[in-house]
Ligand binder design. Structure first.
Ligand SMILES: NC(=O)c1ccc[n+]([C@@H]2O[C@H](COP(=O)([O-])OP(=O)(O)OC[C@H]3O[C@@H](n4cnc5c(N)ncnc54)[C@H](OP(=O)(O)O)[C@@H]3O)[C@@H](O)[C@H]2O)c1
Length: 257
């Protein structure tokens, strides 16, 4: 491997990160750009934050563009992916990351509409992004699909059931796609973070956050940057024989009762 390939293993690749204006998506976009990818920073409402991520990437010598699209809307995702293809080339790496706020509450108390909305957002976003990116990946005979799930999909917490069910179904879609797209040379893998300090997790009180940190074997908070490295690994060639794999990022908490 040349020194250039070692320093920038994603050189020449196009990575689309959904929900990249903040949190894990922003950290992933920066990390992928550091590895040489040209990054599409998708956002929903927060243009200023997306612009800051882009400026950060460009200041470090990387390449990117911001793109507003509600990923639950098929037409908007198609327009985004078509624009990327026109300006650059087809997307090589799709990071399905956007976070959709959901109704917190016990499952038996939630209205069907609230429950359905959580599932609808999570699954339609993934389906839209895969359908839009896949023709380009197939034409290139290469591609990587990375899905961000949550530890709650396997390790439930009361009142988070709508989110957990949506993410469990998302993981199931990823597993099926790993089998279906493997023969096309497109791996599909899942990154499963535990509770990570971002805007989304700030709905939990400080005492909860501290308790999570204290009960983790590694005794540390999880930050978006701790998740971004695994995403970069899955985007690159060193993970070429991984598909249908789930990488847990928990600081060890998955080992505990
Ligand atoms: N934080 C945790 O504890 C944790 C733990 C496990 C897994 N996760 C997963 O990690 C992923 C990222 O979560 P996070 O905590 O980093 O979230 P976050 O900091 O709240 O950021 C959410 C991101 O999603 C974008 N977004 C929201 N709705 C969108 C839509 N309809 N279309 C496109 N983008 C949209 C937001 O864009 P705007 O800025 O424009 O609103 C923002 O960039 C999610 O899949 C989440 O389930 C999080």
């Amino acid at each position: 491997m040349t020194e250039q390939a070692r320093r920038a293993p994603l050189q020449g690749k196009i990575a689309l990160v959904t929900g990249a204006s903040r949190g894990i998506g922003a950290a992933a976009a920066k990390r992928l750009a550091q590895s040489g990818a040209a990054v599409v920073i998708n956002y929903h409402q927060n243009q200023e934050a997306a612009q800051k991520v882009l400026e950060n990437i460009e200041a470090a010598g990387g390449r990117g563009m911001i793109f507003q699209a509600d990923v639950t809307r098929k037409d908007q995702v198609e327009a985004m992916v078509a624009t990327v293809q026109e300006k650059w080339t087809a997307v090589d790496v799709l990071v399905n990351n956007a976070y959709f706020p959901f109704k917190v509450g016990q499952l038996h108390e939630l209205s069907w509409e609230s429950f359905h909305q959580a599932v609808e957002h999570e699954l339609s976003a993934f389906h839209n992004c895969v359908q839009a990116c896949l023709p380009g990946m197939v034409a290139k005979k290469a591609g990587k699909i990375i899905v961000i799930s949550t530890r709650l999909a396997q390790q439930p917490l009361p009142r988070m059931g709508a989110y957990a069910a949506a993410k469990s179904a998302l993981e199931s879609m990823a597993n099926t796609m790993a089998i279906e797209l493997g023969p096309l040379g497109i791996p599909v893998n899942v990154v499963t973070p535990a509770f990570t300090l971002t805007d989304a997790s700030m709905i939990m009180p400080e005492a909860f956050r501290e308790r999570v940190r204290e009960t983790r074997p590694l005794k540390k908070h999880l930050y978006p940057e701790d998740v971004a490295g695994a995403i970069a690994f899955l985007a690159g060639d060193e993970s070429s024989m991984l598909t249908g794999s789930h990488i847990l990022i928990t600081g060890g908490s998955h080992l505990q009762l």
